[in-house]
Design a protein around this ligand. Structure first.
Ligand SMILES: Cc1ncc(COP(=O)(O)O)c(C=O)c1O
Length: 396
């Protein structure tokens, strides 16, 4: 049978990152392509103990259907956790548990966008979100991303477009793929522009608690007084992504629609995972837990930066993240980055082309994304040296 796919899905390509990761699954390959937490960051013993305890105490309720909004006690513990440093949730807000935060991107686009409606995104941006938007028929308007966040002039022009874009998607902390952090000034200005032009903001913050240097910058959501920011928080990067537990915090009228979208999609997030997460948040010294993770990522990032400095051709520019999992390296314009990546794979090192994260995947892009959380220290040194030697072949 010849399958006739919908226009919505026809426009979405299989993720280039996943294709590269397939090549990188060969154990010989050193991969800087993924975005997984470090192996040593997983709280395996605690999760095992908690899960066993809960099964002893109340096995059926771990396995029974739950409610769409999420397990009540987790909604409370997650709210307290994400409010612990700043007031993220407001009086007019509600909070629901989702199966990972990528689901929030999918649901928001599904609830707000008709075919051809527009969404403004940082360019480059998180591929999973871009594909979630595309798969809901939205057209993307890319706004350049700079070291201190989105370009304000371009953002204002994008917001002025008619019909008004449905929302703006931003990752202010340790952006994926660039590793950059939006300045306080730009956060305030972004919020003011959104208010002025009536554009909702989707603030995605899965990496905020993985800050390993400099001081935290307030979230845009904490500045919101109008109910125009939907905040996506996730437990993936700080506890375990395989459990698929995230949190959407936003105006209750918006969340009631998102809840209907969730009911249609998967009824509710896995109850077992939600109950384990709830007890983990309640019984773990989260500051200690996060300090341990931050120390791991600080070390890994510093090692990668030092090795890049030592081995990369000086014409290659790169970001210096204050947290998260990624460094973005940019080659001079005359370098064919795809050829560089192919050469690297021949020498068993995998990296992702920056073009995979661009709103227009065919636009020229001379960057690569390097992940420092997953590889071992030995492999960071070995792999970056191989890439560094290659930069001397490709750059003059
Ligand atoms: C910026 C960003 N947002 C969201 C996600 C998705 O996380 P989750 O596991 O919560 O779906 C990722 C995962 O890599 C990400 O980089």
């Amino acid at each position: 049978m010849k399958f006739e796919f919908s226009n919505r899905m026809r426009n979405v390509q299989a993720s280039a990152v996943r294709e590269i990761l397939k090549a990188a699954s060969d154990p010989k390959v050193i991969s800087f392509g993924g975005g997984n937490p470090a192996m040593q960051a997983f709280p395996v013993d605690s999760i095992k103990t908690i899960s066993n305890e809960l099964f002893e105490e109340d096995p059926i309720s771990m396995l029974q259907y739950g409610i769409t909004e999420g397990y009540g006690p987790l909604r409370e513990s997650a709210k307290a956790f994400f409010n612990r440093h700043e007031q993220v949730s407001k009086e007019y807000d509600d909070l629901i548990i989702t199966s990972g935060s990528q689901q929030i991107m999918d649901f928001l686009a599904k609830c707000l966008c008709n075919e051809g409606d527009t969404i403004i995104c940082e360019d480059p941006s998180f591929l999973g979100a871009l594909n979630a938007f595309r798969s809901n028929g939205a057209k993307l308007i890319g706004v350049s991303l700079e070291e201190d966040g989105i370009n304000m002039e371009e953002l204002e022009k994008a917001m002025q477009q008619k019909p008004t874009p449905k929302f703006l998607y931003v990752i202010p902390n340790f952006q994926n793929p660039m590793g950059t952090t939006m300045s306080l000034e730009k956060r305030k200005k972004t919020y003011e522009l959104a208010k002025k032009y009536g554009v909702l903001i989707l603030e995605d913050n899965p990496y905020g608690d993985l800050r390993f240097s400099s001081k935290a910058v307030p979230s845009i959501k904490s500045m919101d007084e109008e109910g125009i920011v939907l905040y996506a928080a996730s437990l993936s990067k700080i506890i375990a992504p395989g459990m698929r537990v995230a949190v959407a915090i936003g105006h209750k009228d918006l969340l009631s629609r998102l809840t209907v979208a969730k009911q249609v999609a998967d009824v509710h997030t896995n109850v077992w995972a939600q109950r384990v997460m709830d007890r983990f948040l309640r019984t773990t010294d989260m500051d200690q837990h996060l300090k341990r993770l931050q120390a791991i990522y600080r070390d890994q990032a510093q090692l990668m930066l030092d090795t890049i400095k030592e081995h990369f051709h000086p014409s290659v520019q790169y970001t210096k993240p204050e947290g998260g999992m990624f460094i973005w390296a940019t080659f001079p314009d005359d370098v064919d980055v795809l050829e560089f990546i192919q050469e690297a794979i021949k020498q068993n090192v995998a990296v992702v082309p920056g073009s995979a994260f661009m709103v227009d995947e065919n636009a020229p892009c001379h960057s690569i994304r390097l992940n420092f959380s997953t590889p071992t220290k030995e492999n960071i040194q070995k792999g970056i040296k191989i890439l560094g030697d290659l930069t001397y072949k490709f750059c003059r």
